[in-house]
Structure formats: structure tokens, C-alpha cells
Design a protein around this ligand. Sequence first.
Ligand SMILES: O=C(O)CCC(=O)C(=O)O
Ligand SMILES: [Fe+2]
Length: 324
Amino acid sequence: MIFFHDDFDLLFDFLMFKASFKYYKSKSPPPCLKEVLDIDQTKELLEKSVLKQIHIICQDKLWKTFGMKSPENWEVFELIDHPGLIYIKNPYTNSGQKYWVIRSLRDFSKTPNKRNIDALGIVSENWWESAKNDKKTLMMLRWTTLGYHHNWDTKIYSEDNKGKFPEDLKNMTKFIAGLLGFEDFSAEAAIVNYYHMDSTLSGHSDQSEQYLEAPLFSFSFGQSAIFLLGGITEEEKPTAMFLKSGDIIVMSGKSRLSYHGVPKIVQTELKLGDEIGDENCNQNALCMDEDNWKPFSDYIAHSRINVNVRQVLRKGLLKLDDQI
Ligand SMILES: O=C(O)CCC(=O)C(=O)O
Ligand SMILES: [Fe+2]
């Protein structure tokens, strides 16, 4: 085969994270999504050895309190080309998803949690109250941090910069971690990312935590993301995959430090109706009442929420190790 100069540049470019990011981010021309791994094509992906199934065993009934389906019905996979990247296909009931959407928008966005809007100085403690009827305020929130607050400048966690980590999120993450064999996991920090249809998150590797052996848990709700998962350097060609509402990925082992990013949010129709016999909602009245759910439903019709949970401390420690 003969390569012309430009083709060769293109080929070389495509070996890198940034080029792939640029490709999927492009508005004109829009990207072709044919190569994006879609977990709904399970049979084909298993046959092509892109995925392998992970079987989990669950003895207790805690899942009910987290708005999840029974783990015996979960579909859990590992990406063969990315050992340690575990994908749990939406294990939530519809009311379970609603519960976490409500927690993320109404509660995780309140002070004393840290938020990007704090720097703007014009939004009150209770962002959701001021935002739900005001599109401009609604669009302003991009992130909040919980527990040990992520310091965006220094990337260093500090004992002087931490808040309370929400109990329900801590317990749910611990429960999932236990099922996957990470019994010692302790949720100590989270970034909640709020994406609108034109938002992106550039490529990075999360390594601020002192204990990088612990996995990272990522929960997605609302609109779908194209998520790029690369290797340990920016040079490796990433795998593009859809993360849809309810999906969970776990970055563990060899994939814990992998380069990743979100070049595009994809519009999907979301139907979080009430399932027959679904009594799992922790906030029954709110989830079942269409009027109360409406502003949340309107929000996720055009936005995506990602709750990104990490362990910060070394195993067995109760505070940051100053020696680092
Ligand atoms: O939104 C996502 O899926 C990824 C978020 C992420 O990588 C992060 O918060 O570090
Ligand atoms: Fe990340």
C-alpha cells in the first residue's frame, strides 16, 4: 500500500489520544459513531472477544436500599484490551436512577460542598432552588466536590479542605466494591460532573489520591457520553465507548491510571417511567410524583451527570499521610 504524506500524518495522528478526542469532539463534520463500543451489543462484543463476562455472587439484600436490581441480574464485563476496566451495565431500577439524579442535583450541589459556582459569587447555598426555574443558573453548575475536596490547581488533597462524604453514596460504592472483590474500598472523595450537550472533559489521568491501588468508581446518569479510555500515556489509541444513564465503570488495576476523557455528549431519549412493582425508591413520594420529578427530568433531557468516587487514604489510615 502507498501512503501519501497526508494519509501518513493522519494515520500517525490517530495513534494518539488527542487526535481521537478531536475527532469525536468535532461538530463539523460530525464523527462517525460506528466504532464506539456499545454495551447493548453484548453478544457481538463477547463473540469478538472485546468483553469478557464477570460473574458475581451476592449474599445480602442491601441493593434494594440503593435503588438497584438484584445483582444476580446484573451484566458485568471486563474490557479485554483494558484489563481492570470493569463495566456494569445499568444495574438501577428507574426509581433508583431518579433517586441518584435528585441527590446529585438537589443535595450534592449544596454548600458546604465545593462548587465551581462559588467563585462566581452570585449563586446561593441552595443552587437547585434558584436554578430549577432559571435556565442561566441551571447551566452554570459544572462540578461539585464531596469529602476530601479535589484541589483543581495544586491537585493535592488536604485535611484542611474536606467535608462530610454522603453516607448513601459511600455505602452504595462500598457495596459494589465488595461484590467485585475490593472489600477494603472506602469512598472518601468525589467529583460530581455536570455536562450539557456541548460540554467536554479533556484527557487526563486521576492520580492525586495517595492510594492509587484502590479502584475509582464512575456513575453516569442522564444523557449518554462518548468516553475515551486510553493507556498509560497519551500516545496510545483510546477505545471509545458509550456511557449511558445508569451505567457504572470501575477503573481498577492496570486501568486505574489510564488516560481518559469525554469528547462528546450524545442526545438520547430517556424514559425513566415507574416500573410495575418497583417499590425501591428511597424517596417514594418524590420519585412517583410526576410534578416533583418534572424539573429533574427536564434537566437530564439535556444534561449528563457523572459521579466519580475515589478512595484517597492509604489502606488502614484515617488521615492523609504527611510524609508524601
Ligand atoms: O464524566 C466522566 O465519565 C468522567 C469524569 C472524570 O474522568 C473525572 O471526574 O475525573
Ligand atoms: Fe477522570
